[in-house]
Design a protein around this ligand. Structure first.
Ligand code: NAP
Length: 297
């Protein structure tokens, strides 16, 4: 009989097992359970990570249940991240700025909220050799993940950030946040602004933080003029399904390097793992389990 690979082996739940969870509505699409359970098994930890489908109306009850049931850690996904800011006991400053909590740590009955997307995003850029310090960056989108992206770019010392969004007012509000977090040359423009092509030509990093190009709408039109893409550009697409988005393919045609959001997903999960357990996360194991779950070898 074939021996199970570590990420496929069953979790043994005992009376002593500590619980971490992911909440979403829906949650069945989440790839976090195989990723975290592989990490627990790899380190021989008596922990288990389970999904809960939590409706928006049930969210306050779910938060109370964390204390009542002694759940140690929670990840939150759509649509709960924003509402959790007002439901936990303490909110980390970055999560407060971003306006979203994706990680709760039950620290002896005190529920602390964090946002680990920014750490995941920056780690992924750095792993690709694209540290944003001193770089000009264009960010497409001004939604939840764009907020994490912009705050972390500003903190990491990007020299200029241009936020291009379909809804200009959201880009402008987010630009103010970038300025507050230390990048004084953050500005918001409309996606169809005439100057966007030039902006991208002058940039070293382009980030897609919109949902455009995500499965099942992978053939959605490009949001930027293809002839603005150039060989000195690094394109980071937060989307990880499909593995090569239309934007990434266009960037590669124009000689630019490009990567998808899978590494960010791994690293934001790894950051949550560290917060809950106090242990170094086995990042390679987590990435392997996630790739298996996504069928992306
Ligand atoms: P969100 O808050 O709903 O924001 C969506 C953004 O996309 C907004 O800026 C929106 O513009 C823009 N948009 C949507 N449809 C558009 C269209 N047809 N044309 C132009 N712009 C459009 O979503 P989110 O949570 O930030 O997620 C965005 C993407 O990031 C998703 O694909 C998500 O899977 C991915 N993500 C990846 C990771 C990771 O770890 N890799 C983490 C978080 C999110 P308006 O403001 O004009 O509506």
């Amino acid at each position: 009989m074939r021996e199970n690979a570590p990420s496929e082996a069953a979790v043994t739940v005992r009376g002593t097992t500590r619980i971490a969870a992911v909440w979403g509505w829906p949650v069945r699409h989440s790839f976090s359970p195989p990723m975290h359970n592989a990490a627990f098994r790899h380190l021989g930890m008596d922990w288990c990570y389970v999904p809960f489908e939590v409706s928006p109306e049930a969210l306050p009850d779910a938060v109370r249940a964390v204390r009542a049931l002694g759940i140690v850690g929670v990840n939150a996904t759509i649509p709960h991240k924003e509402a959790l800011v007002g439901l936990v006991d303490e909110v980390d400053p970055e999560a407060l700025a971003v306006g979203a909590v994706n990680t709760i740590h039950n620290d002896g009955g005190v529920l602390r909220g964090y946002s680990t997307d920014g750490e995941g995003f920056l780690g992924a850029l750095r792993d690709e050799g694209a540290d944003p310090a001193g770089k000009r960056v264009v960010v497409l989108g001004a939604g939840g993940s764009a907020r994490s992206v912009v705050v972390s770019l500003a903190r990491a010392g990007a020299s200029a950030i241009t936020i291009a969004n379909r809804t200009l007012s959201r880009a402008e509000v987010l630009a103010e946040l970038g300025n507050e977090w230390g990048c004084k040359t953050t500005r918001g423009v409309s996606l169809d602004a005439g100057g966007l092509r030039e902006c991208i030509r002058e940039a070293e990093i382009l980030v897609n933080a919109t949902s455009v190009g995500m499965h099942p709408r992978a053939d959605a039109p490009l949001l930027v003029p293809e002839d603005g893409l150039h060989p000195n550009l690094f394109v980071y697409d937060l989307i990880y399904n499909p593995p090569v988005t239309r934007l990434m393919a266009a960037a590669q045609r124009r000689g630019a390097r490009a990567a998808n959001g899978l590494r960010m997903l791994v690293l934001q999960g790894a950051a949550s793992f560290r917060i809950w357990t106090g242990q170094q996360p086995p990042v390679a194991v987590m990435e392997r389990a996630l790739r298996q779950a996504l069928s992306q070898p």
